[in-house]
Design a protein around this ligand. Structure first.
Ligand SMILES: Cc1cc2nc3c(=O)[nH]c(=O)nc-3n(C[C@H](O)[C@H](O)[C@H](O)COP(=O)(O)O)c2cc1C
Length: 325
């Protein structure tokens, strides 16, 4: 459907709906299904630096042969990367929609070389999924932020394809971070990743994983920041992630200013074909409101355009702003 077309990271997408990085973008079969069901693009499951390193460190060492250990770790690293590069090449061969690989890295050293291989494999853009757990109380926020900036600078020097950075919302000043990404020539920011979180099971008296899948309630953490970030005078695209469970949720994020909208949990719950229904809901709402293109309404309710921008600034439930006293 022509009218759903958008630009994201300079790429032409036939729909703003992107299947976000997860298990549903880890095989060719799923990727083809996503294209057949109307996805505008796919972000491949992340290649995790930590996972590869863990895999290597869990191996028994070869007694007396340090070179053998080096060789094995080199082999595992290159094998994991080769598998990933093959997926990119095969996906590019069979899909017409953009293919965006994702790397999760925590050290800026060494890892950036893989980004170049990803570009050479034909990727349309690169998503970097970064999060550092700040566990050292002697480090400042600026120390933690610098890790992101150093990594981006290295990646920017390494690849020419567009880069989107997928971040969490736990920064003291999200706008400062986005501004710094923009100054380092990052083309897009994905707001926000939703991480693995621990919970406590009081029956087992043990730590268990918190809910793996999101609910549409979680939109509330994201919407405000998309509305505020999209109102900045910055040439950086915004892809909304977390809590998109229907076409109407996608409409909300686009009204707030998102250029594209990423979908994950709901596709695990309802299946990849649900993308068709989401595109249908989006198109139907556009027809009803006489919007001929996504740009006709994108950002209409952002911090800059909304008649009462104060609604995005308020955080406390004060009498005059909350429906409940
Ligand atoms: C099972 C699962 C695996 C995921 N794997 C990745 C990943 O490899 N890389 C990544 O950047 N995000 C990953 N995510 C996060 C999703 O891409 C997405 O940002 C998050 O789930 C929020 O979107 P949602 O509300 O539509 O689920 C994963 C999420 C789930 C549920």
């Amino acid at each position: 459907m022509e009218k759903l077309a958008v630009k994201y990271l300079g790429l032409s997408l036939r729909s703003p709906l992107i299947v976000s990085s997860c298990g549903l973008t880890s095989t060719l079969g799923y990727l083809k299904e996503a294209e057949d069901c109307g996805a505008g693009a796919v972000v491949l499951k992340s290649l995790f630096e930590e996972q590869i390193n863990h895999h290597i460190s869990a191996l028994p060492t070869v007694q007396g042969y340090p070179e053998a250990d080096d060789y094995i770790s080199y082999y595992i690293k290159s094998h994991s990367v080769d598998e990933y590069l093959n997926l990119i090449k095969k996906a590019k061969a069979i899909l017409t929609i953009p293919v965006i690989p994702s790397i999760n890295c925590f050290s800026s050293e060494g890892w950036t070389g893989f980004a170049k291989n990803i570009q050479d494999a034909g990727a349309d853009a690169l998503e970097i999924n970064v999060f550092f757990m700040p566990l050292d109380r002697k480090k400042t926020s600026a120390d933690a932020e610098k890790i992101y900036f150093d990594l981006i600078e290295k990646l920017r020097k390494t690849v020419k394809i567009p880069i989107a950075i997928k971040i969490g919302f736990r920064f003291s000043n999200i706008l400062h971070m986005i501004n710094q990404f923009y100054l380092r020539r990052v083309e897009g920011v994905v707001m926000f990743n939703r991480y693995y979180e621990p919970d406590i099971d009081i029956n087992k008296i043990d730590i268990v994983p918190a809910a793996v899948f999101s609910s549409d309630n979680e939109r509330r953490y994201v919407l405000r920041w998309i509305a505020i970030a999209s109102a900045q005078d910055l040439k950086i695209d915004i892809s909304a992630s977390t809590g998109v469970h229907s076409g109407t949720d996608a409409i909300r994020y686009i009204l707030a200013g998102a250029n594209s909208v990423q979908v994950c949990s709901v596709l695990y719950e309802k299946g990849i074909p649900y993308l068709k229904e989401m595109n249908r809901q989006l198109a139907e709402w556009m027809d009803k409101n006489k919007f001929g293109s996504i740009n006709d309404f994108r950002g209409r309710l952002n911090w800059h355009n909304y008649k009462k921008p104060v609604v995005f600034e308020r955080t406390q439930f004060m009498k005059y702003f909350s429906a409940i006293d």
